[in-house]
Design a protein around this ligand. Structure first.
Ligand code: TRP
Length: 375
């Protein structure tokens, strides 16, 4: 975890093993004429980490094959996911944006001016900005550097240092009065907030229904960790003096007729997004997959209340990954992702198990998406 993303190395050093295989496969590192090793300038274009390659191998050699979903989001994966969010069938992003627009004034009216917003998994600032531009309806310009905005500071947390740098640069232009403190960290591990001027209130923010991509147990553990992170030293502090809130977005639609096209669109963008996992393993971890030999399949699992993403091998084959052989039977699937959809009662039990209580709840007119303010 690093607080200042400048501290993150611009290049990743490639060693042996899976990373060595990745280097050979991608030509990612070259020796200059004087024997110096030149590394690629952009970390997102570098090899998958040795740890990720090990996780991929572990998943593909298990009796039921899986791949770690974190591998989805390389440069190409991020581009394809952005395309998904614009698809007519993928109603989720659009619905959440609209809901945020209509509820943001009410959410921020519950906070004193001079608050800090902490976003978990902030791949960009577009959702946060809806909150960041809200001003206190009391209308009292308080002389703070972000004018009379409710939020004075923004702490975006993400594993991708380049994305955080881009966020900071864009906000420096657009909101010069806002203090932006990026934190490069994996939110599935404990996080300590960076040192900063004391704020009037803290609000965590976890949009994008990312909570649905976690298994229910880890989702509760995440919410519990976030509660600890946001209640800093001196906890429990006086609630009145320093309110701590958490704004959580999640999917509530459990209708397969609407969900399946959202995860298996006719234009095939989601299929390309799913197959990019294999293309990425080819590029970066010495894989020999033919991505077109794997069919994209979305399944609604009613018992688990989740959409499952699979890649189904169209024939029996053997594939190499980082020097190891992986056998596939015809029709065998790689389970690549889950997206849980929560009935409100179930989510309520989860947030309460994590120590939060639901203060307010909003939903869109069609009841597809929920935004909850937790205290
Ligand atoms: N958070 C998104 C979701 O679960 C991620 C996503 C959308 C996704 N489409 C996907 C993940 C297809 C894997 C495959 O809705």
């Amino acid at each position: 975890m690093t607080y200042d993303d400048e501290a993150e190395p611009e290049t990743s050093v490639v060693f042996s093993g899976a990373r060595g295989a990745a280097r050979r496969a991608s030509g990612g590192q070259n020796a200059s004429p004087n024997g110096q090793v030149l590394t690629r300038p952009r970390p997102e274009a570098a090899a998958v980490s040795a740890q990720a390659a090990r996780a991929a191998l572990g998943g593909l050699t298990a009796p039921r094959k899986t791949l770690p979903p974190s591998l989805f989001y390389d440069e190409e994966g991020c581009r394809l996911f952005y395309e998904i969010t614009k698809l007519p069938e993928y109603y989720l992003t659009r619905t959440e944006f609209r809901l945020l627009e209509t509820t943001a004034p009410e959410v921020t009216s519950l906070l004193p001016a001079g608050a800090t917003l902490v976003e978990y998994g902030a791949s960009d600032e577009t959702k946060a900005e809806i909150l960041l531009r809200q001003t206190n309806p009391a209308g009292e310009p308080d002389g703070e550097p972000n004018g009379d905005s409710v939020f004075r500071s923004y702490i975006p947390i993400d594993v991708a240092a380049p994305a955080l740098r881009a966020i900071r640069d864009r906000l420096a232009d657009r909101r010069p009065g806002l203090t932006v403190i990026p934190v490069t960290a994996d939110f599935m591990r404990p996080i300590a907030l960076p040192a900063r001027r004391s704020e009037s209130a803290l609000m965590g923010f976890f949009p994008g229904s990312t909570i649905g991509n976690l298994e229910p147990g880890p989702a509760v553990a995440f919410l519990r960790r976030a509660r600890l992170t946001l209640h800093p030293e001196g906890w429990p502090r006086s609630e009145a003096a320093h309110p701590v809130r958490f704004l959580l977005g999640f999917d509530t639609c459990r209708d397969p007729a609407r969900l399946l096209p959202a995860y298996d669109d006719p234009a095939g963008v989601t299929a390309r997004f799913n197959r990019n996992l294999l293309a990425r393993l080819n590029r970066e971890a010495g894989g020999t997959f033919d991505p077109d030999d794997f069919a994209h399949r979305a399944v609604w699992n009613e018992a688990e209340s989740r959409i499952e993403m699979h890649l189904v091998s169209r024939s029996a084959r053997t594939v190499m990954l980082a020097g190891q052989k992986i056998g596939f039977a015809r029709g065998e699937t790689i389970h690549t992702e889950n997206s849980y959809k929560y009935a409100p009662e179930r989510m309520r039990a989860m947030v309460e198990a994590a120590g939060w209580s639901r203060q307010r709840a909003w939903t869109d007119p069609d009841g597809l998406f929920a935004l909850w303010l937790l205290a």
